[in-house]
Design a protein around this ligand. Structure first.
Ligand SMILES: [Zn+2]
Length: 213
């Protein structure tokens, strides 16, 4: 399978959550361990809650692709990848199973302890590559694994959408270049049913509450 060595100055800071986006678990598994696929991951969690450990996290997997988060580029360098079995938006996007949430929770707790990570270290593929990716998507409920990603303190009364996008964690280049996609990614985090780039009053309020409460 594909992997690289981590550079000494690039430590694990994030866990990236994905969906497989393939018709079957078997196809996803085959692709993730195939050297010719150009992709790989550390963990794969099936719908029945089985955790496949495909690569030791001390090595770098190729799951994020072109990506940025906060002040970092190439998030593969800084992260552990977890793929959840789900056909995805192209092949029949479905709810994640309770067994998947249960296993994911156990795995994340284990990784948090071993890599000294906090709730804010958990990111979605759609956050770090908003222009290209939609996974794990609006049907992924992070509260089900007891994670609260944003615990920000208010320093003033009002924030612009751009300021909130920055606080959420999007890289400044992406906010400038792909603002619409960034907004759609936030809507996925908010579990909106319909994902559009429009900035309604409700969205602005929900976004604010996501960051500050
Ligand atoms: Zn992904």
């Amino acid at each position: 399978m594909n992997y690289s060595f981590r550079k000494k100055n690039k430590i694990v800071k994030y866990i990236v959550i994905h969906y497989t986006g393939m018709k079957t678990l078997k196809l996803a598994y085959k692709k993730l361990v195939d050297e010719r696929s150009d992709v790989s991951t550390h963990y794969l969690i099936s719908r029945n809650g089985f955790i496949f450990n495909l690569l030791c996290p001390k090595y770098k997997a190729w799951h994020a692709g072109e990506s940025k988060w906060k002040n970092n580029n190439n998030i593969n360098d800084y992260s552990i990848g977890i793929e959840l079995e789900n056909k995805g938006h192209d092949f029949g996007y479905s709810n994640y199973s309770n067994k998947q949430y249960w296993s994911l929770k156990k795995l994340i707790n284990f990784l948090k302890i071993n890599f000294n990570l906090i709730d804010e270290s958990i990111v979605f593929h759609s956050d770090i590559s908003p222009n290209r990716k939609q996974d794990p998507g609006e049907k992924f409920f992070i509260k089900k694994i007891g994670i609260s990603r944003f615990n920000l303190k208010k320093t003033k009364k009002k924030y612009s959408v751009d300021e909130m996008l920055k606080l959420y964690g999007f890289h400044e280049t992406y906010i400038k270049k792909y603002k619409k996609f960034c907004i759609m990614s936030v809507k996925r985090s908010l579990n909106y049913k319909y994902i559009s780039p429009n900035q309604s009053k409700k969205f602005i309020k929900d976004f604010y509450n996501l960051l500050f409460s």
